[in-house]
Design a protein around this ligand. Structure first.
Ligand SMILES: Cc1ncc(C[n+]2csc(CCOP(=O)(O)OP(=O)(O)O)c2C)c(N)n1
Ligand code: SF4
Ligand SMILES: [Mg+2]
Length: 291
């Protein structure tokens, strides 16, 4: 008999998300995976930033911190350093990770901190009522771009692979089983795992529906036999990730784009501590530089 069912990971708070928001599906996938893996709620830390997506921590019954816009990753890094035995999930929006917080993403990925990073990508700032984000399409009309956004969208998969994230995957919020599979693989991966969940905003984006996005997915691992271990192949696959913007029936590529086995930051620090026994105190450092 399993000890936990998905409902056990839900807090008593009722989500304030709009009716039909795709984030409900992400919440269901997350609690589904946690139950599948029978993770103790008190053995998990879920960290978010600020945005509709970042309200995720409030609806979970685990440890968690709903932090500051763009600063979920530094807080997650702090949590990993303070208690490397406590697994960390970071859930936030495209604006949070790739606008204000993009610098943190580069270094957390590159250093390979062991955490599962889920980007709920609705390709806009929804909480502040419809502004363009780095992942919005060219021509996106929002409150601050009434004549259309001019810059090209950031391809977050290509970017994460370039930052040497050791696990990079994509799914769609309309595909419950696939979403659970990708989040589950990310949780099982040792190191920085990044999962983009395409999760459109029901209120400000009536064009991108979950039904349409889900109906045109191509699973790159099962259908294209993509090998995520090969970095060049991973980049080549990721370059095509935004091709689905071209037309309403263009394929949406999903699956594991990149996977590599590299020691985590935490493992490397533990190793250094083991092999370099000589302790140096803060006061001895100050003395060395006559401060
Ligand atoms: C430091 C700071 N800058 C700006 C804001 C205003 N703000 C709140 S949420 C948000 C954008 C949210 O976009 P995203 O992270 O994509 O989340 P979504 O609401 O789309 O899920 C902004 C700019 C803030 N709260 N704090
Ligand atoms: S504004 Fe959009 S993203 Fe935010 S809760 Fe409503 S539907 Fe979801
Ligand atoms: Mg967003």
């Amino acid at each position: 008999m399993p000890r936990y069912i998905p409902h056990d990971y839900r807090s008593p708070l009722r989500p304030t998300w709009c009716k039909g928001c795709s984030f409900y599906n992400v919440l269901a996938a997350l609690t589904g995976v946690l139950a599948e893996k029978q993770i103790d709620p008190h053995r998990l830390n879920v960290i978010s930033g600020i945005g509709c997506s970042s309200r995720m921590t409030l609806y979970l019954n685990t440890f968690g911190m709903h932090t500051i816009h763009g600063r979920a990753l530094p807080v997650a890094v702090g949590s990993r350093l303070a208690n490397p035995d406590l697994p960390v999930i970071v859930a936030a929006g495209d604006g949070d990770f790739f606008s204000i917080g993009i610098g943190h993403f580069v270094h957390a990925a590159r250093k390979n901190f062991d955490m599962t990073v889920i980007c709920l990508d609705n390709r806009m700032y929804a909480m502040t009522k419809n502004q363009a984000s780095p992942t919005s399409c060219v021509g996106f009309r929002g409150t601050l771009t009434p004549w259309g956004k001019t810059s090209v969208p950031l391809n977050v998969l290509e970017f994460a692979i370039a930052c040497d994230a050791t696990f990079v995957a994509r799914t769609v919020a309309g595909l419950q089983r696939h979403m659970q599979e990708m989040i589950g693989l990310g949780l099982g991966h040792r190191g920085f795992s990044f999962i983009e969940v395409i999760a459109p905003c029901r209120t400000f984006d009536r064009a991108a529906t979950l039904a349409s996005l889900s109906s045109r997915v191509v699973d790159i691992n099962r259908e294209n036999r993509h090998d995520p271990v090969d970095k060049k192949a991973a980049l080549a696959a990721a370059v095509k990730a935004l091709d689905y913007d071209a037309s309403d029936d263009a394929p949406v590529h999903i699956g594991v784009f990149r996977e590599s086995a590299v020691p985590t930051f935490e493992e490397q620090i533990a190793n250094i501590k083991k092999t370099h026994k000589k302790k140096s105190s803060f006061s001895s450092i100050l003395k060395k530089y006559s401060l």
